[in-house]
Structures are given as C-alpha cells and as structure tokens.
Design a protein around this ligand. Sequence first.
Ligand code: ADP
Ligand code: MG
Length: 328
Amino acid sequence: MGIHRLPDGLSRKIAAGEVIERPLSVVKELIENSLDAGATAVDVELGQGGKVLISVKDNGGGIVPEELPLAVEKHATSKISSEADLEAIATLGYRGEALSSVCAVSHFELYSRRPDLPEGASLHYENGVPRVTAVPLRPGTTVVVKDLFYNLPARRKFLKTAAAEFRRISRLVQDYAFAYPAVAFSLTHDGKSVFKSSGGGSVEKLLAQIWGDEPEIRASAFEAATSSVRLWWQDLGPQSRFQLVSFVNGRRVSDAVIRSAIQGFHWATRGNWLVMLSLPAEDVDVNVHPAKSEILFRRSGEVYDLVRKAAERLAKGFSDAPILERGD
Ligand code: ADP
Ligand code: MG
C-alpha cells in the first residue's frame, strides 16, 4: 500500500477519538462549554450511562443562528484568536474541537438562543449536511448527543456497562458542582433525577451533601503572592482509599504534583480530598493533551510547596502530635 491521504470522514473520526474517549468526555466538554458561556444552571440528562443519550442544557450566552454550523466545525472557536492567547488561557475551552469531534461520532443536535434575540435556532444534520431551522427557545444552549460511537464500533466495544459509565459521569458532575458552587447543576439518568445542586454558593454545603458530613470534613487554605490553594479532607479511616479531586483555575485535572504534595504525608494517603488551586493563567500550560486533563506548571516546585503547606496547616488544626512525613 503506497502512501495516501485518509478520506476526510476517516481522519475526523480518528481525531475525534483523541478528544472523546467515552460518554464522560462528552459530558465534560459540554459542561465546560456551558461554564464558558456564563451559565448559572446546567442540566445533564443521560440515557443508559450516556451510551444512547447525552443532553446538556444551559442558560448561558448562546450562539447566533448563523454561527451554529461554524460552532461544529473543526478548529472553530470564539475563545482564542492568536498565538499570544495560548500563553494565558482564561477559558476552559480554546481548541475548537469538542463539538466537531462529538458530531463526527454521534447523532448530534444543537439548539441555541441568545438572550438578546427573540428567537432561537436548531441545527441538525441530514446526510452530513447542516440544516438550521428557527425555533422558539428559552435563552441558552442545549446539545443533544445520541448513539455515541454508532459509527466507530472499534471504540464502542471499549465502553463499560451503562451503570459503570454512569458512575463516572455522576462523579464528574458532582466535582463540577464543588468547583462552581454558584452554578445549579442537575443530573438525570434514564428519566430519574439523581443529583441536584442548589447553586447557592457554598462548597461546604455541597461537600456535606455529596461526601456526607460524617466523619467531619476539615478545610484549610494557603495563599502566596500570586497563587492560592484551598483544600478539604474527609478522613475515612486508615483502611480507606485515597480519592483526590483537583481543580486548577476551575479546570478538573489529574496532576502528579498535587497528588505527591499531599501523599508526602503518611496520614494523608487516605480518604476524600478536594483541592482547588488558583494560579496566574500564564503559569499553567493546559495545551498538553487534547482532553486537557493533564497540565504543566511553569513553577511546579512552588505549586508543590503551596499544597504541602495547606495540607500541613490542615493537620496542625486537629492534632498536637508531630506531623510525620512518609519515610520518617
Ligand atoms: P471550544 O470550547 O474549544 O471553543 P467547542 O467545539 O467546544 O470549542 O465549541 C465551539 C464554539 O461553540 C465555542 O467556542 C463557542 O463559541 C460555541 N459554543 C459551544 N457550546 C456553547 C454553549 N453551551 N453556549 C454558548 N456557546 C457555545
Ligand atoms: Mg469546548
């Protein structure tokens, strides 16, 4: 076989696979879009763990009808426009790849109305051709994703049971509720309401709602010149698993620096942890991985110290015993 260019449809599916791994990735991208649009309410609806239906509805700024097809094109975004913008990304999205990727591997519909326009519009595809139709809608945006990976059987095979896919998404929605306590989230699965946050603004209330308030949840914070960290810990006992949820500048990430800063304390290698870091945007490179869940810190040593100090302070608050470190 000589070298040849892949047909456009195929290269789009391959690229989509990098961004969209499973229903969870779709929900994450859509929630991030809603938050970027300034939504104060985000409603997530799933059918069979997201395998047959994912719908995310928000009350954010919306999209003008003329731009609906563009929103779904590859590398089309309203969030950055120049290379300089990459130096300090202030929004959760910026790659212009999520909607195009999701659309390439599902039956996709988009509904949106800007609050300043009297009417909204819907976008559907008929044999790959976009059709925009005027429809009466409330302000905001709804994305409907049906039959994820229907045309990518190789990927569909790797999906877990509906219950397992649902559990991951349920945790994701709750994590976003922690990080955005002013936003009211709801999650519905197979027609049943399974989670609601009030949008009332208190992380502590949400933690008590989701983790349960027994045993007691401890909080701590630490501030440096340009950065700060807040953290919460629920000690579930020596035999419990270590569960860490971390957000950096409002982005849910999985990060080894934060993890090792906490796990350096032997007492801290268990229980539920929530860590929220706030850093200057230019000190974080989020442009590392298509799914944006891994990041690079410009000064990782400082981040490490910051998290350690906050964790140490948390321990001092409840014990006079010396805080032994791992390996001591
Ligand atoms: P990105 O978020 O990286 O810009 P996406 O493919 O996720 O790329 O979205 C493309 C564009 O569509 C966004 O830049 C935004 O202008 C618009 N958009 C997507 N979702 C929403 C939403 N929920 N509300 C308003 N605009 C949206
Ligand atoms: Mg996006």
